[in-house]
Design a protein around this ligand. Sequence first.
Ligand SMILES: [Zn+2]
Ligand SMILES: [Zn+2]
Length: 338
Amino acid sequence: MMKALVLEKPGEASVQDVREPNPANPEILLKVRMVGLCGTDLSSFRGTNPLVSFPRIPGHEVCAAVVQGDGIDTTVGRGANVAVVPYKSCGRCASCLRGRPNACQFNETLGVQRDGALTEFIVMPREKLFPAKLTTKELCLVEPLAVAFHAVGRGRVTANDAVAIFGCGGVGLGIIAAANFRGAGTICVDISDEKLELARLAGGTHTINSAREPLHHRLLQATEGRGPDVVIEAVGSPATFRAAVEEVSFSGRVVYLGYAKEPVSYETKLFVQKELDVMGSRNAMPEDFRDAIRLLEAGRFPVDRAVNLIVPLEEAANALRSWSENPAQFQKILVSLD
Ligand SMILES: [Zn+2]
Ligand SMILES: [Zn+2]
């Protein structure tokens, strides 16, 4: 038996004994070292994630060490630290057939549609493992940064673009760093000065506190009157969903990552008049994981400032509870299983 954090029902989580997994050929047995918590885990804990059924072991942002298995090769040897791709695609749906398994109709993510990594051991196929010479903390950030790179890729961001990022929380911060890594200018929008300060450390060119400053005016000021070429929305509120199409330049691109919790009404003439590309972005592709590793290797992400709490497994339930009660107080929580 081994220990795992189990979400029993909304608002209730505890460490329990569960059965140890057995790697089926050609899977690899991994010792979990550290797991990052994100908004998805918070909504799973709260019972507001429609994709989660209970009981469920959460955890999809994983740093693990290779233990054993037939899938071991020279690049992923015993003891190697790896980041893990937590998604599992079906191979048969429209997205999979188009070579976009990140948006698989029947995708199963660790800790969401199947049990996750907040436990001592997991088994994964070799192709889901990305070894890298990074710290355990950094390896936990590979998945959320890969999601950010995917959004930036969806927006076809280049060095010629001014990219506005709405929301500088966990995901937004990664998008700022990823857009900056592509050479783009970034305009970071949030209502928290603390988050905007961190946004600058992640490579933010301009910052706008939209609670205090006139958003429209400031965006025009930062883009010579044209508006941002790309707007990436990482909040998930109706107001920011609408502002994205209102503020983006003519013939610009809008990328949505947030899930709006209620229906959003639009002035749809803007879609046509501006000839907008409006896109969703979901999960990430293997190349996004490679880019995230490159970004971290280059030291282009403020890892220590972005992570503000590391707790042992025994404290994970309490950490989720505190986060749920004071969502503004936490940026990133990591759970150590070493
Ligand atoms: Zn996540
Ligand atoms: Zn599929």
